[in-house]
Design a protein around this ligand. Sequence first.
Ligand SMILES: [Fe+2]
Ligand SMILES: [Fe+2]
Length: 202
Amino acid sequence: MFTWKTTCSFPEHWRGDLMIQLGARPAAGFDDPLRMLSDCHRRIEWFLGSLYNVDQVAGETLTPAERQALESALGYFATSGVVHTQDEDESLFPRLRSCADDHPCVHAVLETLERLDLDHQLAHEEHKVVERLIQTWLRDGMLTPDSRENLKLVLESLRERYRGHIELEDSVVFPLARTVLSATVIETVGKEMRQRHTSYLR
Ligand SMILES: [Fe+2]
Ligand SMILES: [Fe+2]
């Protein structure tokens, strides 16, 4: 039976946000790691949208709701967001690359996997800038106009990067993985993800 504790690697106080994102469908568990990765994309989109919206509407002083939204989103990207990238970089993508010689369709997306790897690195750097600026905003209660403009630009870059990145993973990479990877390999990916989420988010 579905429970948040066993199928979602998120602190309890984010539960309401996640329910909004996933609607009536139960979130996927580690027994369906590819769908679980896709579910994580919905959360990434939601938390990134949350950061973007606060930046768009906030006045000089943050309201309690805006502060809560910023803290929740930063917490998500610093924990579950990092683990999501590791799930792909360390568990899924290597399995796909290793079967490229046997599957021409995988060979055809090797460059795509390289692009996704690069996106992960660039997004990591952009998240560090976002983290620094928003922590300053939370601590000081305000940002200088230059910092606010910088935050806006980085959030727009992240949003654009994730838009193409998630589209490629959801529509090309994950369906391909479901086709070429054996049930045993997918099960191993799920076990590794469970181990990673359990130890990282404990
Ligand atoms: Fe990714
Ligand atoms: Fe992803």
